[in-house]
Design a protein around this ligand. Structure first.
Ligand SMILES: Nc1ncnc2c1ncn2[C@@H]1O[C@H](COP(=O)(O)OP(=O)(O)OP(=O)(O)O)[C@@H](O)[C@H]1O
Ligand SMILES: CC(=O)N[C@H]1[C@@H]2OC[C@@H](O2)[C@@H](O)[C@@H]1O[C@H](C)C(=O)O
Length: 398
């Protein structure tokens, strides 16, 4: 038997595995590396976050990704090269993190790598029914395995698509196993580039858990401040706070069939981008608004999409608690706008559930790898409208 397969077989039989989860989101800020100890599998899963670091990308790295990110026309040589380059870079970042934590690679069982999403194309966005749902994450797992010497699982979204899903959101599987409550109906709201929630009905409820994207998170605000000021974000909402919401623009932004479509659904910056904003400005005759007013309106738009989505599900429920993670939690005006739109609901930081919110998504990919190696896809059937499949391709290091 191939000794690596034998090793994998041993790892699958351990009571506990040490798994590194990697996440590199749509905000292109850096690579999140979470070293997890994951015990058992399925309903008995336990997860302890041993170490976490977020390694920021250099400007050149970010610029490379921006050249192909969510774009329909790109330089194919760039795409091809970045697939390798990102894999190698992520492998090097892991080696750096392990050195810093004083942990040697053979003491880690597995790596679970999300990769970098460069295009997300469910049929609902492309309207091309002759192609199936599709989504593309790059940063090849073989390069990570080769660079670190650790067995790597990657490219998790493809199996979900192959089994009929849209390839996202995948967080529901881990959220369900780790955070379902006996007493409250939970919304685990994540405000990254795109906003999404996992709805976790309390145990014993006749409702089923599921996750859905809502619409923009930080992506449109980020793209706009980058275009106007060359900045990565409207830090602490400093621009938006000095602006006034334009009601006509807000109404135009809110008019899109995706926002009215039923849950679950997925989207990306392929839809929520500067062209979306420019179109809304054009139909509402607001093309000459000051940047501060546009940011105040985009902030309110983002909050309203999130609040409308949560209200749609929570209106018939009692004992509802929203836990927020993702970078949007640090935007004070966005959080104020969300709270104002949902006055009767309890809103807390995800921190109160005992896991670092910045590490959450990386941990959930570690959990998916654990399920593939040591669990059984059948434990995932409880998620509504999402296929119960084991996910991730396996790269052996030697
Ligand atoms: N102090 C702050 N003020 C305003 N916005 C902030 C602040 N800190 C973080 N953010 C926002 O959070 C973003 C980063 O969020 P996060 O890391 O959750 O995104 P991501 O993981 O790339 O997204 P996704 O998982 O949706 O792809 C930043 O780009 C910025 O827009
Ligand atoms: C295609 C893709 O990368 N989607 C991401 C993105 O970022 C947030 C939202 O859009 C979510 O659908 C998903 O990530 C999370 C981790 C998920 O799959 O649950």
């Amino acid at each position: 038997m191939n000794p690596q397969i034998e090793k994998l077989y041993r790892i699958a039989q351990q009571k506990e595995r040490r798994i590194i989860g990697l996440m590199s989101g749509t905000s292109l800020d850096g690579l999140d590396i979470a070293l997890c100890r994951i015990g058992n599998s399925g309903q008995e899963t336990t997860l302890f976050l041993e170490n976490f670091i977020s390694i920021p990308y250099e400007d050149t790295f970010r610029q490379y990704i921006r050249e192909i990110f969510a774009k329909r026309q790109i330089d194919q040589q760039m795409l091809c090269g970045l697939h390798t380059y990102i894999g190698k870079t992520h492998g090097t970042f892991i080696n750096r993190a392990l050195k810093q934590w004083n942990i040697s690679p053979p003491d880690v069982d597995l790596i679970a790598s999300h990769g970098q999403t460069v295009f997300h194309a469910p049929q609902r966005l492309t309207e091309q029914t002759n192609f199936p749902n599709s989504t593309l994450q790059i940063g090849d797992g073989d390069h990570i395995a080769q660079t670190t010497g650790i067995i790597t699982l990657s490219d998790f979204r493809q199996k979900h698509v192959a089994a009929g899903g849209e390839g996202a959101p995948l967080a529901a599987y881990g959220d369900y196993l780790l955070f379902t409550s006996e007493t409250e109906n939970r919304f685990l709201l994540n405000i990254g580039g795109i906003s999404n929630f996992t709805f976790l009905p309390r145990q014993g409820s006749s409702l089923k858990a599921y996750a859905t994207d809502l619409g923009p998170g930080n992506t449109m605000m980020n793209q706009f401040v980058f275009e106007q000021f060359g900045l990565e974000m409207d830090e602490n909402a400093l621009f938006a706070k000095n602006g006034t919401i334009d009601v006509a623009l807000l109404e135009a932004l809110l008019r899109n069939p995706f926002l009215d479509a039923d849950f679950p659904k997925t989207t990306g910056p392929e839809l929520f981008n500067l062209a979306y904003l420019k179109n809304a400005q054009s139909v509402s005759n607001t093309s000459s608004l000051a940047p501060e007013d546009i940011l105040a309106t985009l902030n309110k738009f983002t909050a309203q999409v999130i609040a409308d989505g949560i209200r749609r599900v929570s209106k018939d429920l009692q004992h509802v608690h929203i836990y927020v993670s993702g970078g949007g939690v640090h935007n004070p005006l966005l959080m104020k706008n969300i709270r104002k739109a949902l006055p009767s609901l309890l809103v807390s930081s995800f921190t109160s559930l005992g896991l670092n919110p910045d590490a959450k998504e990386a941990c959930l990919f570690a959990l998916l790898a654990n399920e593939t190696i040591a669990g059984s896809a059948s434990t995932l059937w409880q998620i509504r409208d999402s296929p119960a499949v084991s996910m991730g391709k396996i790269s052996l290091p030697y």
